[in-house]
Design a protein around this ligand. Structure first.
Ligand SMILES: [Zn+2]
Length: 469
């Protein structure tokens, strides 16, 4: 049992209301009482937006069922009905919001965070909550601005098993050109409850790694953006007869890809392939990628008849920009890929895997296709640790004052400095007090030169900064 001390509206922890979701440590900053209060605020906000029903689900974390039950109780207090989907991947909740026409979904998930974390990802009236709309929930609780009108009565809850409909919807429109042999690594996250069934429905033979859902994550952490977490999958591909490896994060909204010969195809390179495919059916479509992504995307998308658009990092910001521009496809370096063409436009790692297999099944050797995608010398995402508030202040200052010779400086999100032969990025993270960096160039020499420019600029403004390059 988790501690469930009575909650006064004034002592709800502020720090759990993040830029893109709610996230806290179970039993400390995230208790059933706190989640119930958030549910009450969510239900009240949903009622204010003339909504009637919210779909909820939870990932494989041990605290999932209890927190989902508290969430449901809070939502129902506001007179809103709940459809409980049970143990599902995050994209399955998004799918349910469309498929069951509730327009509202809340997922209890700690995504890729350690086992003692959990949190909420929220969609109300078709809008992914972020930034100010998440803060507005906190203010509702603090101001006791909660729906208590007894006349509306308490909402109802019913269970709904949507898994088969989700898989049927995907397999109704995604057809592989030939059967494939694949390996999937779910890192004991909730994608494990879906991957085998889904890809078998697409005519794949599936070799499973760590597909038993286990909230202790006893093998490796379910985060395919960290290369070490793909070691088991790489070894399985070497030893076994699978042609391609797919890996998922803890809640199934991000995809990792490994070739037969052990190369990791990072999400921005996956997007090259997805873009080419989408543009065959939707010439002229807008395709969005975040500021961390490879600069190979813009010329590639243009050459394939599309309209490339770089945007800020953050899944809710990307979704907002997609709606605004009518984009057919979007992707983030973190592994969130959003298909609007033939799908609903939310980030779905399981679905992205299906789309990847559909493309690769047209070829004899998937590795040849993937390895042939344009590539550059690049660094992974790197961080400069700072105190709370410092990253945004420093980057704002550098946006005004920093001088980079022979480069274009883009200030969409932090500073992305584009040279003829590479780019460097620094931006303040919206979730933790760090500056995020990434570098890419045509060769190692150019990469070093760009890093030297960044080092000089950062150390001139913040001499104490500990640089990771
Ligand atoms: Zn995730």
């Amino acid at each position: 049992m988790l501690s469930n001390t009575p909650l006064s509206n004034s002592n709800i922890p502020k720090e759990i209301f993040k830029a893109y979701d709610i996230r806290g440590i179970v039993g400390k900053t995230l208790t059933p009482a706190i989640v119930e209060a958030i549910g009450h605020a969510l239900g009240s906000e949903a009622a204010a937006r003339k909504q009637k029903t919210i779909c909820i689900g939870y990932d494989g974390r041990l605290s999932g069922p209890e927190l989902a039950s508290a969430l449901s109780s809070g939502i129902r207090k506001a007179g809103i009905d709940v459809i409980n989907l049970g143990l599902v991947a995050t994209p399955v909740v998004y799918f349910a919001a469309y498929h069951l026409k509730t327009d509202c979904g809340v997922m209890v998930t700690g995504s890729h965070n350690p086992p003692d974390y959990n949190g909420l990802k929220m969609v109300l009236a078709g809008e992914t909550l972020s930034g100010e709309t998440i803060q507005a929930l906190r203010q509702r609780i603090e101001n006791n601005d909660l729906n208590t009108d007894e006349s509306v009565g308490e909402g109802t809850e019913r269970s709904y098993h949507i898994d088969d409909e989700y898989i049927a919807k995907i397999s109704s429109h995604i057809k592989l050109a030939r059967p494939m042999k694949i390996a999937v690594d779910c890192g004991n996250g909730v994608a494990g409850a879906f991957a085998k069934k889904l890809y078998e429905a697409l005519n794949c033979e599936v070799e499973e790694l760590f597909c038993e859902v286990d909230g202790n994550f006893p093998n490796h952490h379910p985060d395919p953006s960290v290369p070490e977490n793909l070691t088991d999958l790489i070894n399985a591909l070497k030893k076994g007869n699978a042609e391609i490896g797919l890996a998922f994060d803890g809640d199934g909204d991000r995809l990792g890809v490994v070739t037969k010969d052990g190369n990791i195809i990072y999400p921005d390179r996956q997007l090259l392939l997805f873009a080419e495919d989408v543009l065959k059916r939707e010439p002229g479509a807008t395709i969005i990628y975040d500021v961390k992504s490879t600069r190979n995307l813009a010329p590639w998308i243009s050459a394939h008849g599309g309209n490339p658009l770089m945007w800020k990092t953050g899944h809710s910001l990307v979704k907002g920009k997609m709606k605004e521009t009518g984009a057919a496809l979007a992707g983030e370096m973190s592994g969130h890929t959003f298909f609007k063409e033939r799908w609903y436009g939310f980030d779905d790692g399981l679905y992205a895997g299906a789309r990847l297999l559909e493309i690769l099944s047209r070829y004899d050797d998937p590795s040849v296709v993937l390895n042939a995608l344009p590539d550059s010398v690049s660094t992974p995402e790197q961080h400069i640790q700072m105190q709370e508030g410092e990253p945004h202040a420093l980057i704002a200052k550098l946006q005004q004052t920093a001088i980079f010779e022979n480069a274009d400086v883009l200030t969409i999100d932090g500073l992305r400095v584009e040279y003829a032969d590479g780019f460097g990025l620094m931006r303040p993270s919206n979730t933790t007090p760090v500056i995020v960096l990434r570098f890419e160039a045509d060769n190692a020499e150019a990469l070093k030169r760009i890093q030297d420019c960044f080092r000089a600029v950062i150390l001139a403004a913040a001499p104490e900064a500990k640089l990771p390059f």
